[in-house]
Write a protein that binds this ligand. Sequence first.
Ligand code: FUB
Length: 327
Amino acid sequence: MAPLITHLYTADPSAHVFEGRVFIYPSHDRETDIAFNDNGDQYDMADYHVFSTESLDPAAPVVDHGVVLKTEDVPWASKQLWAPDAACKDGKYFLYFPARDKQGIFRIGAAVGDKPEGPFVPDPEPIRGSYSIDPATFVDEDNQAYMYFGGLWGGQLQCYQKGNDVFDAEWQGPKEPSGPGVWALGPRVARMSDDMRQFAGEVQEVVILAPETGERILADHHDRRFFEAAWMHKRNGVYYFSYSTGDTHYLCYATGTSPMGPFTYGGRILEPVLGWTTHHSIVEFQSRWWLFHHDCELSKGVDHLRSVKVKEIWYDNDGRIVTEKPE
Ligand code: FUB
């Protein structure tokens, strides 16, 4: 299957339907001479483009709306504009993005615009109480918005085991909890304020349960534990929380009856693609469900030079997502 965008390297696609079109908010990958490591330093992105299309027919053109935000625009950011997301509420559009602050700690910023294609004006400070990476926003049917976030290793989620306000530098790098009976770290969720620019309540850990035991997924179960790339979608009243398992390279999902969780592991959405990372979004468009994701086929396997793709996904009669193979 051909990438959607070939004139740039793009990754981590967050897709939304705004104003009848599909808008894609991806990372913009670029060449770098930074040595590869398991901290992800080579993922050294410096700006965001927004893309849109009126059709997911493979022949339909995808419009590049150009640069909508860059590192220099963000007073608190130093580098590494990683996976973004966007939301619309009350006629305003919001771009959410992680970046390292001047101390090298990942925070999440909000930028505001009047149109889905931007431009977006960043707030001067990151969202208070935000940390780690990969924000994913979800506006529920009652208009309450939520932000899910977090990522292990280079994403620094493991540095907050002592609390939301305590960054434990000892845990920096490609580290995570392990050992018999140790629970996996969960992603984080917070309700958003009405103006969508701050958290409205406490940041909470999202609990993902193993269906066999009803207990939390264990840290050593790398084929199931949350690593990064949170996403939320709702179908037939069921909340689907989906994510990447990182070093085992699966996209998985878990379901629940509340946007705050708990969620019960449901299975795999996508088997491993070419490239280390896998990251996605799921959106309904014209009554069909679509998986946006990335792989490294265009760059012939260079892990940090990725390309966005889209494929249709299906659910069985019990609401289980049918596992897809990369194409
Ligand atoms: O693109 C940089 C990072 O790689 C993202 O934040 C992760 O989800 C992984 O895709």
